[in-house]
Design a protein around this ligand. Structure first.
Ligand SMILES: Nc1ncnc2c1ncn2[C@@H]1O[C@H](COP(=O)(O)OP(=O)(O)O)[C@@H](O)[C@H]1O
Ligand SMILES: N[C@@H](CC(=O)OP(=O)(O)O)C(=O)O
Length: 407
């Protein structure tokens, strides 16, 4: 008998028929003699719809109330899945994040899990029940509901699996594994049999939303192997695990695009020590995360500083800029929302010269202009025009022959 923690994302529970499909899959695992804990997300686009609804009421909702609203999505799906399992004649119970005491810090909308009490989970499993857990949510020390950030059910799943020392942790969605690029954009993308935590973390951070980055980080810290597969078929999926191969790492294992960033250029800033520090400190103090940065010296000892942030933080960033403009003598700022970040990832690139040059040349040959570049040991990212994002992803996929990765 194994203890299995499974997660089914929004696309796997989008309709009553799909919920019944998940119920059948879970029962199959239970019938095989396993203990089953199943984490589910809200049905389909429910969370997006709740956010739209909120936007019709206010532009500036209280973060506590946002969590009160968004946690309802997962409460619907856990109840329906449990009913579907009951209807097939099997014992099951649904539990919210607060009922199993997924404790988090105070940060509404982006809370971090601090502890999970497994007492209730173990009690229900001991009574031979299938346990259905609401993903994406927790409870803080004031007993208020919190959420873990968009896509956070993956994090719930890994945290629960680690806390209860599960034998297997399986994440199901509408795609049958981790591909070399989003298969919706690159039709000949290849499925990877294995991917290391580090490479998966980079891909997830750079836009591959098949897994939530925090879930990958957590799996890495607990050395918990993840199995990523589809809830729509039984095709073999991808294993995310520690890096076993020291030699023979691929230069590039995947490419990803992120359409969620905007570019801000602060124009004609005095070329003096300390100015950049003041600007980025002020942004950090408001919780604005800056991603890419470049500074260009213009004429007359004035600089342009350009940086990217997540589009959801635009309002906060503008507030900061309006406030510090007079203090820093900032002439003007400009926001470009039509940008996309296109990246390649691979642990082998740190020991292979020429990867960046190949990426830039491939873009050059196809008339794709690069506005910004960042690199780390295992990734290279370029900011380009949003309208060229899909084309650029396909170009890189071809340039690095990712369709032949398994050969
Ligand atoms: N490299 C990749 N491999 C697989 N899927 C990817 C990749 N990059 C992006 N995706 C997208 O991730 C989607 C699955 O994630 P998501 O929609 O969040 O699923 P769920 O609804 O189960 O949470 C796929 O439909 C696919 O389009
Ligand atoms: N429902 C939440 C949490 C989540 O993880 O969803 P999904 O597993 O469908 O990405 C969201 O949409 O952000």
């Amino acid at each position: 008998m194994s203890l299995i923690v499974q997660k089914y994302g929004g696309s796997s529970v989008a309709t009553p028929e799909l919920i019944k499909n998940v119920a059948r899959r879970v029962i199959k695992g239970y019938e095989a003699g396993n203990q089953m804990i199943v984490v589910v997300s809200a049905m389909g686009d429910t969370t997006d719809h709740l956010i739209d609804l909120m936007g019709k009421i206010t532009d500036d909702p209280d973060p506590r109330e946002v969590d009160m609203l968004l946690t309802t999505g997962e409460q619907v799906s856990i109840a329906l899945l449990t009913m579907a399992i009951h209807a097939c004649g099997y014992p099951a119970i649904s539990l919210t994040g607060s009922q199993i005491e997924i404790k988090t810090d105070e940060k509404h909308n982006q809370a971090m899990i601090t502890d999970i009490d497994t007492t209730r989970l173990k009690k229900e499993l001991a009574e031979n029940k299938i346990v259905i857990v609401a993903g994406f949510q927790g409870v803080n020390k004031n007993h208020d509901f919190t959420t873990l950030g968009r896509g956070g059910s993956d994090t719930t799943t890994v945290a629960v699996a680690a806390a209860i020392e599960a034998d297997r942790c399986e994440i199901y969605s509408d795609v049958d594994g981790v591909y070399t690029a989003d298969p919706r954009i690159v039709t000949d993308a290849s499925k990877l049999d294995y991917i290391s935590y580090h490479e998966m973390l980079e891909l997830a951070n750079l836009g591959a939303n098949v897994l939530h980055p925090r879930a990958v980080e957590l799996a890495n810290s607990y050395n918990l192997e993840l199995y990523i597969a589809s809830s729509f078929n039984d095709t073999l999926g991808t294993i995310v695990r520690g890096d076993e191969e020291m030699e023979g790492k691929k230069n590039v294992v995947g490419a990803a695009s992120d359409l969620g960033e905007i570019k801000i250029t602060v124009e004609r800033v005095p070329d003096e020590p300390g100015i950049a520090g003041k600007l980025f400190n002020a942004l950090a103090a408001e919780g604005v995360n800056v991603d890419m940065i470049i500074q260009n010296l213009q004429r007359d000892e004035l600089n342009d500083i350009t940086f990217t942030i997540n589009q959801e933080q635009e309002k906060k960033a503008v507030k900061v800029l309006e406030k510090i403009n007079p203090e820093l003598n900032i002439d003007n700022y400009h926001i470009d929302r039509d940008v996309a970040k296109i990246s390649i990832v691979g642990a082998g690139m740190q020991s292979t010269p020429g990867i960046a040059a190949r990426m830039f040349s491939a873009f050059g040959k196809n008339n794709i202009n690069i506005a910004m570049i960042t690199t780390s040991e295992i990734k290279i990212s370029c900011l380009i025009a949003k309208e060229q994002a899909d084309q650029a992803l396909n170009i890189l996929h071809k340039e690095f022959r990712l369709n032949q990765i398994n050969n």
